[in-house]
Design a protein around this ligand. Structure first.
Ligand SMILES: [Zn+2]
Length: 118
C-alpha cells in the first residue's frame, strides 16, 4: 500500500527504531510509548486488520506471537508483558495495517483499560 505508514516503515521510507526483522515480520519501537517497553510487531505484507486476516496469514501471525516473548525479554520486560491488537473502528485501530503492540517493562503494568471504557 503506497500511502500506508507501516508499509513505508517496512520499505525503509520512514525511519524507525527496529527491534527485530526477518523476511515476514518487522518489529520497531512505538513513537509514543505507553510503558518502558513498547514496540510493535507487524507483518511485512499489508494486512489491513486482524479482522481481515485470512487462513494464509496464520503463519506470519503465529510468528508474531511466538517472537513476542523473546523480544520482550530482550527489550527489558523480563517477567511477562502485554500484547494488544486493536481491530477496526470498535477496537479503535489507529493505523490500518495489522500491528501487535508489545508492552512491558521492569514493573507490573497498570490496569488493562480505564473502567470508563469498559
Ligand atoms: Zn501497510
Amino acid at each position: 500500500m503506497d500511502d500506508c505508514i507501516f508499509c513505508k516503515i517496512v520499505r525503509g521510507e520512514v525511519p524507525s527504531k527496529k527491534v527485530y526483522e526477518d523476511d515476514e515480520v518487522l518489529g520497531f519501537e512505538d513513537i509514543r510509548p505507553l510503558a518502558p517497553v513498547h514496540f510493535m510487531l507487524v507483518p511485512k505484507k499489508h494486512i489491513p486488520s486482524l479482522a481481515d486476516a485470512a487462513a494464509d496469514d496464520a503463519g506470519v501471525l503465529g510468528r508474531m506471537l511466538t517472537l513476542s516473548g523473546k523480544l520482550a525479554r530482550e527489550q527489558g520486560s523480563p517477567d511477562g508483558y502485554r500484547t494488544i491488537i486493536n481491530s477496526g473502528r470498535i477496537g479503535r485501530q489507529d493505523v490500518m495495517h495489522l500491528h501487535m503492540h508489545v508492552i512491558g517493562g521492569p514493573e507490573p503494568l497498570g490496569a488493562m483499560m480505564p473502567k470508563s471504557n469498559v
